[in-house]
Write a protein that binds this ligand. Structure first.
Ligand SMILES: *Cc1c(COP(=O)(O)O)cnc(C)c1O
Length: 462
């Protein structure tokens, strides 16, 4: 299995090379040269299998010969051994044919653990095989940072630099990152928005001399290994339900929902992927109006989705255009320059086959938290609530099962939950431990030169 860039101007790579590189050198995102395919019988057989077994099957086809089956099995088993629910991505019925898929049972209580716990282990293995060091640079709107730190903290030959927008992540989210006791972890609070953080990351990757000198790499959802690992729970859910579901996905950077498209392209029958956004609705506007245009990110109750540029949309555009890398390259160049892109009708039509989209504001988010609590006694986090509110709208048109991806534990966002219900969600002890630990953090203005200088100063001498 080889990986090609959405912009068509980078050489194909193996899974391991793609994993270590993150972003393709032409600025594009990697995708499999050809999607592997699972037959309906193979997918039906996933029902009732342990999560790790399905993960081995799905990742096996995507990893190719970068790792042996035995290596893969060890990494996947280790990745999920520490989850506090052995089903890893359990389905919970909260209404007639309406399910929550709980994706927050990993070490940092958000769905990003599911992919990053696997990615970290594969990354360390690939790096050991290749030799040398790696510098991981990540921008986070909240949950990627802690999940990346939990996955990569303490590993040999890897330094981890995490940029978050100062004051725009919850206290629990910040502390989960800044209290990590690892010498190879460096937290930077940037005076700006998540998009400023992401822009700095992109700009530093574009500094090719620097990027090469420090072996710069990314583990955010532009890394296809994340998408690969996340596609697994679409298979387990659909196999378990036995009918093509509608998946409603609280969306920021479009990684999680694109993992659903990946599953579809690997043969999984999905009725629809519903993109649920908060007031930062670039994706709802792009999919409904055909104009992909970024505005100013505004803070909401669901901060991990406060995004105005959805990097992974490039992957969906590549597929929707019939893998027209030349068009993607021109389109992304135009979007970078003008902050706006009109999608051609053929691309819009192809996107409509898979996706629907809607936005929901903070008021509806709070109402959804309150309603689910009143009806089921469960507390849900505000990201999940954005999707629940959206699901309520779309359910009217669906006869099959509707699965809402529940992406964070409610205790990570106690303020929103309390505002909606008057209740403070009980904190799992593993989470409350971060509230008293001491923090390690550097504040910087949104300036890529300052971030570059800090990275150079912090790297161990080679
Ligand atoms: C990251 C995150 C999202 C958004 O996922 P994307 O892959 O960026 O679309 C939604 N909810 C939570 C809790 C998250 O941490």
């Amino acid at each position: 299995m080889r990986y090609v860039s959405t912009r068509g101007a980078a050489p194909p790579q193996s899974f391991a090379e793609m994993l270590l590189a993150g972003l393709a050198p032409d600025g594009g995102l990697y995708l499999p040269e050809a999607w592997p395919h699972f037959t309906p019988a193979e997918i039906a057989a996933f029902a009732g299998q342990p999560y790790a077994q399905v993960a081995r099957a799905v990742l096996g086809r995507l990893v190719g010969d970068s790792f042996t089956a035995a290596e893969r099995a060890v990494d996947i088993a280790d990745a999920y051994a520490g989850f506090d629910d052995k089903r890893i991505a359990p389905l919970v019925e909260i209404g007639p044919n309406l399910f929550l898929m709980e994706l927050f049972h990993g070490p940092t209580f958000a769905f990003k653990d599911i992919a990053l716990q696997v990615l970290g282990r594969m990354f360390a293995r690939a790096l050991a095989k290749r030799g040398g060091r790696a510098t991981v640079l990540a921008a986070t709107s909240g949950d990627t940072g802690s999940a990346a730190i939990a996955a990569l903290g303490g590993l040999d030959n890897i330094e981890v630099f995490v940029l978050h927008p100062k004051g725009r992540v919850s206290e629990v989210q910040r502390r989960q990152m800044t209290t990590a006791p690892f010498a190879n972890v460096h937290n930077i609070a940037v005076e700006g928005t998540f998009d400023d953080c992401q822009a700095i990351v992109k700009a530093l990757f574009a500094e090719t001399d620097f990027a090469h000198a420090v072996n710069l790499t990314a583990v955010n959802s532009i890394n296809f290994a994340r998408i690969a690992a996340q596609s697994v729970y679409y298979f387990t859910a659909a196999a378990q339900l036995g009918a093509p579901p509608v998946f409603v996905v609280p969306t920021g950077n479009f990684g999680d929902v694109f993992a659903g498209e990946a599953a579809m392209r690997m043969g999984l029958a999905i009725e629809k992927l519903v993109v649920a956004t908060n007031a930062n609705d670039i994706m709802a506007r792009a999919l409904n109006d055909g104009i992909y245009a970024s505005g100013n990110a505004q803070p909401t109750l669901s901060p991990s989705m406060d995004i105005q540029v959805a990097s992974n949309f490039e992957r969906a555009l590549f597929e929707a255009s019939g893998r027209d890398a030349g068009w993607v390259r021109a389109a992304m160049t135009q979007f970078a320059k003008e902050k706006s892109l009109a999608l051609p009708e053929n691309v819009r039509a192809a996107l409509r086959v898979r996706y629907a989209a809607a936005r929901c504001d903070d008021e509806q988010t709070l109402a959804a938290i309150a309603r689910v609590h009143a009806q089921t006694g469960r507390l849900i986090d505000p990201h999940t609530a954005v999707a629940v509110a959206t699901a309520d709208n779309f359910k009217l048109h669906s006869k099959g099962p509707v699965v809402v991806l529940s992406t964070a534990h409610p205790a990570k966002f106690p303020d929103a939950v309390r505002q909606a219900t008057g209740l403070i969600p009980p904190m799992p002890p593993r989470l409350s431990a971060v509230l008293s630990a001491s923090e390690k953090i550097v504040d910087l203005s949104a300036d890529k030169g300052l971030v570059q200088a800090l990275i150079e100063a912090r790297l161990p001498p080679s």
